[in-house]
Design a protein around this ligand. Structure first.
Ligand code: AMP
Ligand code: GLY
Length: 443
């Protein structure tokens, strides 16, 4: 089967590599791809959000399956467009992708169906939102309703921060239309876990739980980024908690979506906070996570294409979805200055050295210029290593990172280091867990 992958980051590189191992896969294209993906796929210069361009490509090349990886084309309805034109696509339709596309939709759905999440208030008007920010309990979390490249969330520890967050989102429109509505949410504490699940709307199969590192610098300091590294397994996500999540969150979510005529088929990604009152949903995403995918897919033993076809066709329970019980750590190497401004076009050296050690290097912001591999984005590479223990996976991933160089490269030195499986003397408690608790009556 010939497959088109839509997207061009480290996540898409990991998807391409997993698909390339399927005996069912013939030709692979990627739109737009990157230099690493180009070693596996024919890259075509079409942006992931250029829906018409992708449809034209499908009309020309007739892929048997199009895998839509990023959030924006899913929320814009690329899967619907392709399917309406007779092309098979993997990913949720627009009416289901809204679970990520609108935080207020997700919050309402959870409220209607009793799915545990932070209590919240939703505002469409600036004045009442501002008034609420001036009086609400602190700390508080202020979120733009729509997609904002992962940057639309403000954790506000002071009243001034809350007021300024509402102003930035609703009045200054920092995130454009995504800020027409604002969600003001109870501040939760506890370790965070990302659980990516395959679902055909009826059956839901979780992949091994992972943990992302969203802040730019070690110790969870600095600005939020797309994600600076991820690892699996996560010690605090015990089998008992996994069962609780299945019963109180995963199954209720897919049943709720189906009951509301929005059957979700694709990868549903749950950002969870393991609070003292049990696991709660921080947010839903309608796709594979980045960089969680680079930590989870290397452990997949089953055929990814076979799983994707089964998801689309509503027969997920008939195919094996097996992961080996190993650990994986992915360390992201970013351009100096990221997530602010950074230089591009800088030569990248040493990937082969890292691969010789046994690491897999997923490329994100890279391109080839005159035959030379150079940087072209903020997150440049994700260096992943698999091992029998998390400690060995972390050690190997960092040994891989040390083999690679580009001018200004930076990475977090502490990926997975808080997990007790890596560093038993360190506290498993996150800074958030250590923060003061606000007990608030939200009724
Ligand atoms: P998001 O982009 O929605 O995943 O949010 C970014 C980060 O903000 C999350 O990874 C959490 O660390 C934090 N966050 C979001 N919502 C809450 C909440 N209600 N309480 C505490 N932290 C939150
Ligand atoms: N790892 C965060 C995300 O994919 O949204």
């Amino acid at each position: 089967m010939n497959v088109l992958i839509v997207g061009g980051g480290g996540r898409e590189h990991a998807i391409a590599l997993a698909l390339s191992r399927s005996p069912l896969v013939g030709r692979m294209w990627c739109a737009p791809g990157n230099a690493g993906i180009a070693e596996l796929c024919e890259c075509v210069p079409i942006k992931a959000t250029d829906l018409d361009g992708i449809l034209d490509f499908c009309r020309r090349e007739k892929p048997d399956l199009t895998v839509v990886a990023p959030d924006d084309p899913l929320v814009l309805g690329l899967v619907d467009l392709l399917e309406e034109n007779g092309f098979a696509a993997f990913g949720p339709r627009k009416c289901a992708a809204i679970l990520e596309g609108s935080k207020s939709f997700a919050k309402d759905l959870m409220a209607r169906h009793g799915i545990p999440t932070a209590a919240c208030r939703v505002f469409d008007e600036y004045a009442p939102a501002l008034m609420y920010a001036e009086t609400c309990p602190i700390p508080i979390v202020v979120k733009a309703d729509g997609l904002a490249l992962g940057k639309g969330v403000f954790i506000c520890e002071t009243r001034e921060q809350a007021v300024s967050a509402v102003r930035s989102i609703m009045e200054d429109r920092l995130f454009g239309q995504a800020g027409a509505r604002v969600v003001i949410e109870e501040f939760l504490t506890g370790p965070e876990v990302s659980v990516l699940c395959f679902t055909d709307g009826e059956t839901i199969v979780p992949m091994p739980a992972a943990q992302d590192h969203k802040r730019a610098f070690a110790g969870d300091r600095g600005p939020n980024t797309g994600g600076m590294g991820a690892f699996t397994p996560v010690s605090c996500y015990t089998p008992a908690i996994a069962r609780q999540c299945m019963d109180s969150i995963f199954l209720p979510t897919i049943r709720a979506m189906k009951a509301e005529g929005r059957e979700f088929r694709g990868v549903l990604y749950f950002s969870l906070m393991l609070t003292e009152d049990g696991p709660k949903v921080i947010e839903y995403s309608c796709r594979f996570g980045d960089p969680e995918t680079q930590a989870v897919l290397p452990l997949l033993r089953s055929d990814l294409l076979e799983i994707m076809l089964a998801v689309r066709e509503g027969r997920l329970k008939t195919v094996p979805v097996e992961f080996d019980g190993k650990a994986c750590c992915c360390v992201v190497m970013a351009s100096g200055g990221y997530p602010g401004s950074y230089r591009k076009g800088l030569p990248v050296f040493g990937i082969e050295g890292a691969e010789k050690l046994g690491c897999t290097v997923y490329q994100a912001g890279t391109e080839r210029k005159d035959g030379m591999l150079v940087t072209s984005g903020g997150r440049v590479l994700g260096v992943s290593a698999v091992a029998g223990t998390l400690k060995d996976a972390v050690d190997l991933a960092y040994r891989g990172v040390w083999r690679i160089a580009f001018y200004g490269a930076f990475y977090r030195q502490d990926i997975a280091r808080k997990d007790p499986a890596v560093h038993r003397s360190a506290s498993a408690e996150t800074p958030a867990a250590a923060a003061p608790k606000a007990r608030v009556d939200w009724s």
